[in-house]
Design a protein. Structure first.
Length: 333
């Protein structure tokens, strides 16, 4: 029993000596400044480093600031200071004009630190970067002249990321609107319609609702009179513009929209007249009558109304049409 006790004590002594030697070896391998960093880089020290990094940005030493912030992230990755360090890395990259890296740095704040104290500030910066890629004209961001080539694809990618980050924020509403405008300018009306409809559905009382309705109506209008006439798109356009007039009677565009509706009604009557004439020439009189009646009853103010009335009376008074109608009536009875 005594022998076992002696062996156990000897083992404890040996392990203690080896542990001390290992720590001494580690200190010998690490430079003095590194050893101090490990021992002394407290939260308070990290906060001081953040403040120093901000001063570096103020002095336009952006790359030096980025290196400092990265060290903070590496040493205290789970701390609140790391989230702020990622944000400040984005700020530095923004000043350098490296917008993709800036956006990615801001994104790390959202992805890694969901409890970040000021997510609104992060979304604001991301939206500014997306806007820069949407519009190539010279603009200012954070009091700096920005020069960036327009990139609709990159802008859409950034806007969609913003929507994913905060789906029901006002930045998401603006992002849906901007996506719609980009697709519309590229004449991709289906995608533009999808973007505007998402905005209208998600933000029924949103700041951009009136403009979204206006441009949605215009997209349907362009589709209606594209390479071929599309009656469904025309109906959608009329419905959307009527909703605009109903919900925004005091809007600045109200007179313009009323004028568009009048024009659409005239164009609609014109298209119906062409269809009616086609059926009449094919001797498909019941179909022709349907379209002539639509013009006479629902578009009496248009130039097509009187001509449609003449054709309608001619068809309805013809013996052939009367016989055809009587035959149909007998079949139903």
């Amino acid at each position: 029993m005594k022998q076992l006790t002696v062996v156990f004590i000897a083992f404890i002594i040996l392990v203690t000596v080896m542990s001390v030697d290992a720590r001494r070896g580690l200190r010998r391998r690490l430079p003095l400044n590194k050893r101090k960093d490990i021992a002394q880089f407290t939260y308070e020290a990290a906060v001081k480093q953040l403040e120093y990094g901000r001063k570096l940005i103020e002095r336009k030493k952006y790359k030096q600031a980025i290196d400092l912030f990265r060290k903070i992230v590496k040493k205290r990755p789970a701390a609140v200071v790391a989230a702020e360090a990622h944000f400040l890395i984005g700020e530095a990259y923004l000043k350098l004009g490296k917008y993709k890296k800036a956006f990615e740095s801001y994104q790390k704040v959202i992805d890694k630190y969901p409890g970040y104290s000021d997510p609104e500030k992060v979304l604001e910066r991301q939206f500014q970067i997306a806007d820069l890629h949407y519009n190539s004209r010279g603009r200012k961001l954070l009091f700096l002249p920005i020069k960036v080539s327009a990139s609709p694809e990159a802008a859409i990618e950034y806007y969609e990321k913003i929507i994913g980050n905060a789906p029901f924020s006002h930045y998401a509403e603006m992002a849906h609107y901007q996506i719609g405008r980009i697709y519309q300018k590229c004449k991709n009306y289906d995608e533009a319609i999808g973007a505007y409809e998402k905005l209208i559905q998600k933000f029924p009382s949103g700041q951009h609702l009136s403009e979204a309705l206006y441009w949605l109506g215009q997209c349907h209008r362009h589709k209606a009179f594209g390479t071929r006439y599309d009656n469904v798109s025309l109906e959608n356009s009329v419905y959307t513009f009527k909703r605009y007039c109903r919900e925004f009677p005091q809007a600045e565009r109200i007179e313009e929209v009323k004028a568009i509706l009048n024009k659409l009604n005239r164009e609609k009557a014109g298209e119906y007249y062409k269809i009616a004439r086609f059926y009449e020439k094919q001797k498909k009189f019941p179909s022709a009558v349907i379209y002539y009646r639509e013009i006479v009853e629902n578009h009496p103010e248009t130039k097509w109304a009187e001509t449609a009335r003449v054709h309608l009376e001619k068809i309805e008074s013809s013996s052939f049409y009367k016989s055809e109608q009587k035959q149909k009536q007998n079949q139903t009875e």
